[in-house]
Design a protein around this ligand. Structure first.
Ligand code: 4NP
Length: 146
């Protein structure tokens, strides 16, 4: 059973904390967390413009704090969901022998969007576009789990 899901991006201040909050909205019954493959923002709240865009849709990111992905996360979660291929490679580099936790691209759960990654709004500045894709993929993931 998939009851513990970890969302992973690079900084853990834009895409994955948003995915965490949106998914928690759909599935309050599951254990959901997020982490970053980079450590620059550890301890920081989500990026201001991301928080503001999410808040306009009713998602409160303010209590979240960035943390660094660690190899122990393979044991702590049933499913790891990454935002892009770079995240996936960084996560896979930390997989120890015997750890079989699946790693999936979030966009796999939003096939109609035709995207192979969630573009990083920290660079694109398209926070609403990221939210659109994250909401669609969270709905798809939620359905895939039922
Ligand atoms: P995220 O976006 O991976 O969606 O949290 C980023 C935010 C900050 C940085 C990189 C990605 N950064 O390098 O500071």
């Amino acid at each position: 059973m998939t009851s513990r899901i970890l969302f992973v991006c690079l900084g853990n201040i834009c895409r994955s904390p948003t995915a965490e909050a949106v998914m928690r909205h759909h599935r309050p019954d599951l254990e959901i967390d997020s982490a970053g493959t980079g450590d620059w923002h550890v301890g920081a709240p989500p990026y201001g413009p991301m928080q503001e865009a999410a808040a306009r849709r009713g998602y409160d990111l303010s209590a979240l704090r960035a943390r660094h992905f660690t190899p122990a996360d393979f044991d702590l979660f049933d499913l790891i969901v990454v935002m892009d291929a770079e995240n996936r490679a960084a996560v896979e580099r930390q997989r120890a022998n015997g750890q079989a936790t699946p790693v999936r691209l979030f966009t796999e759960f939003a096939p109609a969007a035709g995207m192979d990654q969630v573009p990083d709004p920290y660079y694109t500045r398209d926070f609403d576009g990221a939210l659109d894709l994250i909401e669609e993929a969270a709905q798809g993931l939620s359905r895939a789990l039922t």
